[in-house]
Design a protein around this ligand. Structure first.
Ligand code: CP3
Length: 343
């Protein structure tokens, strides 16, 4: 017998009343799970999402193991880039590394277009398989243009995004052409995930906090507005997340997006007191999961008390789960969130 569909997460995205606060975790499929590590030994990172059954299994595992209210498709923000001419590899412990960084207008013009049915059929197949198997919503996702561009331009992870901003300031027409190409890719990729059955999507703009408000408005906000307007036509909730981007909240609140994902630096109270009227998601510091259970519970309570003051709140971490966190800690936290907020 299949379980009835749990739509608590989707209700919270739409700011509707829920029987309890829904919870899921960024990077809920990952190296903290012994089962993930075992599967990962057999495949390269990208192979895992290229085999639909493996992708579906890895996506499903944390739902069964932790009891979370949503699944997130197993892939990476870099996955579609391979198909538009970016030579990317995921190096364990480092992150995405690019062999042919984008540095000139010519490099930008050489990038191709994503055709999801032709380029990522296995990911769309995994979405369909998951829809048969899951009784919680499936979150599709993509990287946002600034964050993708930062890897493409730097050639890998970066601390200061100097080359990225260098291109932005020195060659604005190349920059805007790159944003448009990546924006179009993000739209077709997410629309294909939604057509295959994703119930919501999250756009990861992890590194955009490197920009100040003025530059965000000039160089990034127009493409984000374009992406979110396009996604709005699908009717599924859209979440926008970034790290160290608290100073951009007023800008984000003006975008046509449903949910804002906060990192641990900005409290739910302070976001709301600054006029943010979207649904909110977050934001326990992922490193706090190494602290005592008493500390974890106390901090989770503080966040939940703020979150529950209004409908439209989803519990999550402020960033992804680190590999050294115990599965049991996340199981305990998930049960706690459900029990503490059930009325
Ligand atoms: O959240 C999930 O469970 C879904 C899968 C998912 C992954 N990456 C799997 C992954 C999602 C949503 C992402 C998003 C992602 N990837 C972001 C945005 C969110 C964030 O973390 O800021 C970014 C910036 C990336 C780029 C990337 N890919 C990084 C920084 C890393 C980690 C490098 C490391 O080894 O610590 C990756 C690799 C990656 N993506 C892993 C996983 C499970 C670990 C890779 C492995 O198994 O070796």
């Amino acid at each position: 017998m299949s379980k009835p569909f749990n739509d608590v997460f989707l209700k919270a995205c739409r700011k509707e009343k829920t029987p309890y606060v829904p919870v899921w975790y960024m990077r809920q499929a990952g190296r903290y799970q012994p089962e993930y590590r075992a599967i990962r030994q057999k495949y390269s990172f990208f192979e895992m999402s290229e085999i639909p059954e493996v992708c579906a299994e890895v996506t499903r595992l944390p739902v069964e193991q932790l009891g979370v209210d949503a699944a997130i498709l197993f892939a990476d923000i870099m996955t579609p880039l391979k198909h538009i001419g970016v030579d990317v590899e995921i190096k364990s412990g480092i992150g995405p590394v690019i062999a042919n960084p984008i540095r000139t207008e010519q490099d930008v013009s050489r990038l191709g277009e994503l055709d999801p049915e032709a380029h990522v059929p296995t990911i769309l197949e995994a979405v369909k398989i998951l829809n048969q198997q899951l009784s919680v919503p499936l979150i599709g996702f993509a990287g946002a243009p600034f964050t993708l561009a930062s890897y493409m331009i730097e050639g890998g992870p970066s601390k200061n995004y100097h080359k990225t901003k260098g291109l932005m300031y020195a060659a604005p027409s190349a920059w805007h052409a790159l944003m448009q190409k990546l924006g179009d890719m993000t739209v077709v990729y997410l629309k294909a995930q939604i057509a295959a059955g994703a119930h919501a999507v999250q756009v990861f703009d992890s590194w955009v906090g490197a920009l100040n408000e003025q530059d965000y408005r000039t160089y990034v906000a127009p493409i984000m507005r374009y992406i979110f307007n396009e996604l709005r036509t699908t009717g599924v909730p859209v979440i926008y997340f970034g790290i160290g981007a608290g100073h951009l909240l007023e800008e984000w609140n003006r975008l046509p997006v449903d949910v804002i994902g906060l990192d641990w630096r900005t409290s739910i109270h302070s976001a709301r007191s600054r006029g943010v009227d979207k649904a909110l998601q977050g934001n326990l510091d992922p490193s706090l999961l190494l602290g005592s259970w008493e500390l974890i519970e106390q901090r989770a309570k503080e966040i939940l008390d703020q979150g529950m003051e209004q409908p439209g709140y989803i519990f999550n971490l402020g960033h992804g789960i680190f590999p050294d966190v115990k599965v049991e800690t996340l199981q305990k936290l998930t049960s706690f969130v459900h029990e503490y907020t059930s009325r």
